[in-house]
Design a binder for this molecule. Structure first.
Ligand SMILES: Cc1cc2nc3c(=O)[nH]c(=O)nc-3n(C[C@H](O)[C@H](O)[C@H](O)COP(=O)(O)OP(=O)(O)OC[C@H]3O[C@@H](n4cnc5c(N)ncnc54)[C@H](O)[C@@H]3O)c2cc1C
Length: 496
């Protein structure tokens, strides 16, 4: 018979979402266990571009985890001098430079992950490594999990389970949502595989310093996705690429090799000894809006499992942190109140979409992902080439707001001016993009932008309680249909 242990909160996952969730729940006084399938010394190893913006801003990284202490550790902060994003489409002669107001950083993801786990443990969380969750215990509410710990079966009973098991979380498949207590029958929304991205990275050391040590650089791929160069120092560069899985697969490692072989600064570059073993990594990530609801009776989800990654850039560290914090806090409060119903856990949804608001901004920007997924890559590259920098920043960020009339006019004028100069220079000729196609695509972009604003307005109205949720959801679904119709999307390109 399996050994059994009892806690108030079980957190599945030792990544960013799991640490922020477990730490927040423990700081609120809950008795928490965190389960991670990897051994302790491998916690934090994950494929990542390692770019993180304003890590010490408490609004971006709320809760008891002390991010100041983490990033002031030299082993964690690889490069704290990133002050711009660059988009290069070298074939088209395009180099867009988007300044970052606040400093961004490239971190050592492994050291960062280890410090997060250490702090989480110091906050009183019990941590079980080498523990693979493979079953759910439920009876009206989710009441725990079963796992294999170091080869032995263990049952973990709990009032609440937090699923922070990442993009490929199996927890959502294991929970039978339809048989949980709920006043109205609703099937828990599960991400579809076409919403996922696949990515791969390596960390290499160049012979000479690169010129772009203060920039995180993106370049187009032949499928929807991008190649990146994120410098950790002037000579140690996190390079990688990712694409969305609704497109034909790309042999990621080969494609990356082909790219760096074409660049003089990577001639003779080596995969540094220190980064050799565990940093040539691939992983999946969810490129979609956050789940419509991230709670069910006795269950909350956070991080990549909840879809809190930016659907265009794939950046998800911040979303995982703040959704983890929110899930942990909501779980502990529900446990303290002795009520783990969906209604009681609802504050997790409301925090993300309204009180904090990052969820709303992420959800709205998924419209860009939908639109981009329906456009041929040469046209997409032409659009990126002609859009003014401020507009690209709006698409890849979640903070800027350039919605007044004169700014919109400046965008249109800027895009037209850029289009004229590209056509005059003949830079679009080998892409085979005609003026008519670019014009139509820009008009689709303008439509998308309007819907991004409309989605944002709607998500700001995300209901405070579950009772009003179904009306809100049906209006959101109506907005989806209206948007898809406005873009004249065929069934294949409608994202549900
Ligand atoms: C190649 C790549 C590059 C990226 N670059 C960036 C970037 O530059 N900046 C950025 O902000 N974001 C980036 N992201 C996204 C970011 O890494 C993720 O959004 C973030 O790691 C999500 O954190 P998480 O805690 O939700 O999930 P994860 O970090 O995936 O953590 C989930 C944890 O759960 C554990 N687990 C899973 N299943 C089980 C189970 N059954 N039992 C026990 N444990 C389990 C896993 O081992 C893992 O440790 C990138 C992603 C990829 C793939």
């Amino acid at each position: 018979m399996a050994r059994s242990e009892a806690y108030e909160v079980v957190v599945v996952g030792g990544g960013i979402g799991g640490c922020f969730a477990a730490a927040a729940a423990a700081a609120e006084g809950a008795d928490v266990v965190q389960l991670e399938r990897k051994p302790a010394e491998e916690g934090g190893f994950i494929a990542c571009g390692d770019a993180i913006k304003s890590p010490t801003d408490p609004k971006k990284y709320p809760g008891p985890i002390d991010m100041n202490a983490i990033v002031s550790d030299e082993a964690v902060l690889a490069d704290g001098n990133i002050n711009q994003i660059e988009w290069w489409d070298e074939e088209l002669g395009v180099r867009k430079v988007l300044p970052y107001d606040k400093h961004s950083n490239v971190i050592d993801r492994y050291e960062f992950g280890q410090r997060l786990l250490e702090q989480t443990g110091d906050l009183g969380v019990t941590q079980h490594y080498d523990t693979v969750v493979n079953e759910i215990v439920q009876n009206g509410t989710v009441q725990g999990v079963r796992a294999i710990r170091k080869g032995e079966p263990v049952r973990y009973d709990a009032d609440v389970v937090i699923d922070a098991a990442g993009a490929q979380s199996i927890i959502q498949d294991l929970v039978d949502f339809d048989s949980l207590d709920a006043p109205v029958d609703v099937t828990f929304e599960k991400p579809h595989y076409t919403h996922f991205g696949s990515a791969y990275r390596e960390i290499v050391e160049t012979k000479e310093p690169v010129e772009y040590a203060n920039s995180i650089v993106g370049k187009p791929l032949e499928e929807m996705g991008y190649i990146w160069y994120f410098p950790r120092t002037e000579r140690i560069i996190n390079i990688g690429l990712g694409f969305q899985m609704n497109k034909p697969p790309i042999a990621l490692a080969d494609r990356l090799k082909q790219d760096i072989q074409s660049r003089p600064e990577y001639e003779g570059a080596i995969v540094h000894e220190r980064f050799n073993k565990k940093n040539k990594l691939g992983a999946a990530l969810a490129l979609r809006r956050p789940l419509d609801s991230m709670v069910a009776p006795g269950y909350l989800t956070a991080g990549c499992a909840a879809g809190t990654t930016h659907a265009i850039t794939g950046k998800g560290i911040r979303g995982a942190a703040l959704s983890g914090y929110s899930a942990g806090r909501a779980a502990a409060e529900a446990v303290a109140d002795g009520d783990v119903s969906e209604e009681s856990l609802w504050q997790h949804n409301h925090y993300l979409y309204v009180e904090h608001g990052e969820g709303t901004k992420l959800a709205a920007r998924d419209a860009y992902n939908v639109a981009a997924g329906s456009i041929e890559i040469p046209i997409l590259r032409a659009i990126a080439a002609v859009l003014p920098e401020e507009e690209i920043r709006e698409v890849v960020g979640t903070e800027t707001s350039i919605d007044d009339f004169s700014s919109k006019l400046a965008i249109v004028t800027g895009a037209l001016k850029n289009a004229i100069s590209h056509y005059r220079a003949g830079s679009f000729s080998h892409l085979g993009v005609s003026v008519g196609e670019l014009y139509a695509a820009l008009s689709g972009f303008k439509t998308t932008r309007e819907y991004v604003n409309r989605y944002e307005d709607h998500y700001w109205e995300y209901p405070e309680s579950r009772e009003e949720y179904f009306e809100w959801l049906s209006e959101r679904n109506r907005l989806d249909e209206e948007f898809y119709d406005a873009l004249e999307l065929d069934a294949q390109h409608r994202k549900y």
